[in-house]
Write a protein that binds this ligand. Structure first.
Ligand SMILES: Cc1ncc(COP(=O)(O)O)c(C=O)c1O
Length: 397
């Protein structure tokens, strides 16, 4: 059988693949220290679960409008107004099966061959493949640890060619945890004012920040960009609801209508029950987030300190999200039991096989010589993982 040529443009998500490998080893009874997963390890708050149970008991188990129930679209528009001071009508909000699905719909609705999608690297793995499947060209702007993995206005200016249709910004960022300050966002916004492209702000980690850092949306700070801003967010990370699959996008009416049409001809509505749960999340108390962030903060400090004490490893302190992204460049070229560690892929492979520690190679995020570790796991697992990585590195020749 010959598959459609578009399938040659994508590969399975490497983060999900590592996670699947770690889970398979665990199933065999192996004591894996798994740092691959991109999901909080907390239970979904009880009031949210109760809302879903109520929906089932009341028979709210049928199709809903394809773009989501009006109450949830309204609640999201209200929350965006409260949190970001941006005005979107409920009709400009489309509820989808996760923020990933929202971005997929936007890309499908807006992009075609000849267009470019621009984003800073390291980047969330799916932007590149989701762009490529539309036949648009994904373009990454490389950043460096010296710049805390943040793109500068000059770099952005150089990359903003007329064929750039969408610029994607993810702050705080997966995989680096880096986030842009108010001033940095305004400076990037000033550059974007001069170029007529859409801006997709993937705000999925905006509630998870540390040391008093506040995540802003660029359109809040640079009002001139509001007409072409697409705000993407969801409940997966902030309410520990990854499995419920609810996310959303708010943006220009024409684009959102097209995304809704696409959804009506593909998945139809996201789960009616999960929408009721998300409504409880969006309109309910947020104290859960504060507690989760406190736990993440303790783990972040543990990881950063532990990793920096391993020779050949250097790690920046992230501003948000729940990942650390250390450099292992000081280890590349060394040997483990005779095998040369040629790159981050070999490092991750050997670490899992030999020490049962699952990490994602930085290459998956467009950044060689680094690895990503998620700290959405217990302090005990982090300590165990650090000990094993230190053992592994000590055995290098
Ligand atoms: C940067 C980023 N955006 C979007 C998503 C998608 O989140 P979801 O589809 O679970 O809402 C993720 C998930 O890992 C992510 O890291």
């Amino acid at each position: 059988m010959k598959l459609a040529s578009r399938m040659e443009r994508i590969k399975p998500s490497p983060t999900l693949a590592i996670d699947a490998r770690a889970k398979a080893l665990k199933k065999e009874g192996k004591d894996v220290a798994a740092f691959g997963a991109g999901e909080p390890d907390f239970d979904t708050p009880d009031h949210i679960k109760q809302a879903a149970i109520k929906a089932i008991q009341e028979g709210f188990t049928k199709y809903t409008p394809a773009a989501g129930v009006p109450e949830l679209r309204e609640a999201v528009a209200k929350r965006i107004k409260q949190d970001l001071d941006l005005d979107y009508a409920a009709g400009q909000v489309v509820i989808s099966c996760g923020a990933k699905h929202s971005i997929y719909n936007i890309f499908q609705a807006a992009l075609q061959e000849g267009d470019k999608v621009l984003y800073p690297a390291p980047y969330w793995v799916s932007y590149a493949d989701m762009a490529a499947i539309t036949f648009a060209e994904p373009v990454a702007i490389p950043t460096s640890p010296a710049a805390h993995f943040l793109v500068t206005p000059q770099q952005l200016e150089r990359h903003l060619t007329p064929d750039v249709k969408i610029f994607v910004l993810n702050s705080p960022c997966n995989p680096t945890g880096s986030a842009y300050s108010r001033e940095q966002l305004i400076a990037l916004g000033e550059v974007l004012k001069k170029h007529d492209c859409l801006i997709l702000s993937d705000d999925i980690y905006d509630a998870i920040t540390f040391d008093g850092f506040k995540a802003y949306n660029m359109a809040t700070l640079v009002p001139a960009l509001r007409d072409r801003m697409i705000v993407v967010n969801g409940v997966s990370k902030s309410f520990s609801m990854t499995g419920w699959r609810i996310g959303w996008a708010a943006g220009p009416r024409m684009l959102m209508d097209a995304a809704a049409d696409l959804q009506s001809q593909s998945t139809s509505n996201p789960s009616s029950i999960a929408q009721k749960a998300a409504l409880a999340a969006v309109t309910g108390p947020r104290d859960f987030i504060g507690k989760m962030v406190e736990a993440f903060d303790r783990r972040r400090k543990l990881f950063v300190e532990g990793l920096n004490s391993i020779p050949g490893v250097t790690c920046l302190k992230p501003h948000g999200a729940f990942y650390v992204f250390p450099s292992i460049e000081g280890i590349i070229g060394k040997r483990y039991k005779g095998r040369v560690i040629e790159d981050d892929n070999v490092f991750a492979d050997l670490l899992l096989a030999e020490k049962l520690v699952a990490v994602v190679p930085g290459s998956a995020f467009g950044c060689k010589g680094f690895i990503r570790l998620s700290y959405a796991t217990s302090e005990e697992t982090i300590r165990k993982g650090l000990d094993r990585i230190a053992d592994f590195v000590e055995a290098l020749e």
